[in-house]
Design a protein around this ligand. Structure first.
Ligand code: GTR
Length: 389
């Protein structure tokens, strides 16, 4: 056999991915109309959006992308395992909360690290990080400090800051993701093509932490901002879309199947994410490998599900994989839904330059200089954004 034939045979057997980083090669696309119902009705006011179109869009995301979000459980228990008094030179109080959720005789535990400002006279707003990186990033002892979760900075700014680790819900691994909440509490989801997978399980966990916040008198549960980076940022969007108790959402460098438009096919694509991370999204999502235009939704509609609540989306200049422009355009394309609530967007027509945050309205956006990461630069802007509301 000739060498070239052999090469072609080998190539045919493995998936070939090509990434486009050239704006000129972005295909022509038409986004699904967020304001048009499946039966062709145009939505003209917030009542109709909430009654007709919002539930429909939510269901489309469940059925085709993230899987269902089970909400039933038998009971939930909170154990405050530590409340040490003064931390951070007296500025903060540390709480470590074990949240145990029971269903049909089984249980899972979510471990939350929470710092609240010691001097606060009334309940405070809190940033909740869905931590998809190492647990050392949210070190309760503060021996290790990380820009990914700069607790001291948040406390100094008058906010509480909390985090839980995604592995408490579903290991971030294609072979073991089901060993957490899925096998223990919702095994039926594993049999369904629109069943919840890892990202759904992480978002479900964020809602259980929200359940806890509603019981903590130091926290203003009406001001919980859910934050995630990258795969965590895909999750923070899904959590806020599902659970309207979250007051605002921060999605940092969330890219494909996060805040970036899929139809642009820029950087990471659906086929690639489904192949590398088959455990993140529902089985049904695999149908859209290389078929972005066949999706009944695009990611602007996920942002629209968060309306009228504020959303801050970021990117980094060297993170083309996550499509900074596609993220900006997704926010823009969600504007008509916010307009139903008479909320004007302060976003410019075109993406702002690098390190030029746009913070004035319900949409926050910046493209930080540098790599795929979440840094104190990003957090500084989240704080400024949160203070507006
Ligand atoms: C990448 C993945 C992205 C993003 C990122 C991360 O490998 O392709 O979608 O989620 O991981 O979570 O850091």
């Amino acid at each position: 056999m000739k060498r070239i034939t052999l090469f072609l045979i080998l190539l045919a057997g493995c998936p070939v991915f090509s990434q486009n980083y050239d704006e000129a090669k972005v295909p022509h696309y038409t986004l699904p109309d967020v304001l048009k119902t499946t039966s062709g009705k145009t939505i003209r006011n917030e009542e109709k959006w909430e009654k007709l179109r919002r539930p429909e869009v939510l269901k489309l995301f469940e059925d085709h992308i993230y899987g269902q979000m089970p909400t039933d459980y038998d009971s939930i228990r909170y154990a405050l395992t530590e409340d040490d008094g003064a931390e951070m030179a007296g500025k903060a109080v540390l709480k470590q909360v074990g949240i145990t959720v029971f269903r049909k005789g089984n249980s899972v535990q979510i471990n939350v690290v929470l710092f609240t400002p010691a001097q606060a006279k009334k309940p405070v707003p809190v940033f909740l990080l869905i931590n998809n990186r190492g647990k050392e990033n949210t070190d309760p002892t503060r021996a290790k400090k990380s820009e990914f979760w700069p607790a001291e900075m948040l406390i100094d700014s008058g906010f509480a800051i909390a985090a839980f680790h995604v592995s408490d819900l579903a290991p971030d691994n294609k072979d073991t993701y089901m060993t957490g909440v899925l096998q223990k509490l919702y095994p039926e989801q594993l049999k369904m093509d629109n069943g919840m997978k890892a990202i759904g399980a992480w978002a479900w966990g964020a809602s259980r932490v929200m359940d806890y916040f509603e019981t903590d008198r130091d926290i203003d549960a009406k001001k919980v901002i859910v934050v995630g980076h990258s795969r965590g940022g895909k999750t923070s969007l899904w959590a806020a879309a599902q659970d309207q108790r979250f007051a605002a959402c921060v999605t940092n460098c969330s890219g494909n199947t996060g805040a970036a438009l899929a139809r642009r096919q820029f950087g990471e694509r659906i086929s690639r994410i489904n192949t590398t991370f088959p455990h993140w999204f529902s089985n049904n999502y695999k149908k859209y490998n290389d078929k972005e235009n066949a999706l009944p939704v695009d990611q602007h509609m996920l942002i629209a599900l968060i309306a009228p609540r504020p959303v801050y989306a970021t990117n980094a200049s060297k993170d083309l994989w996550a499509d900074p422009k596609g993220t900006f355009l997704a926010l823009k394309a969600a504007e008509p839904v916010y307009a139903l609530y008479k909320i004007q967007s302060g976003l410019p027509k075109d993406p702002p330059g690098i390190n030029k945050p746009v913070i004035g309205s319900h949409f926050g956006y910046h493209n930080r200089e540098g790599e795929h990461d979440m840094t104190v630069y990003d957090w500084g802007n989240f704080i400024r954004f949160a203070r507006k509301f």
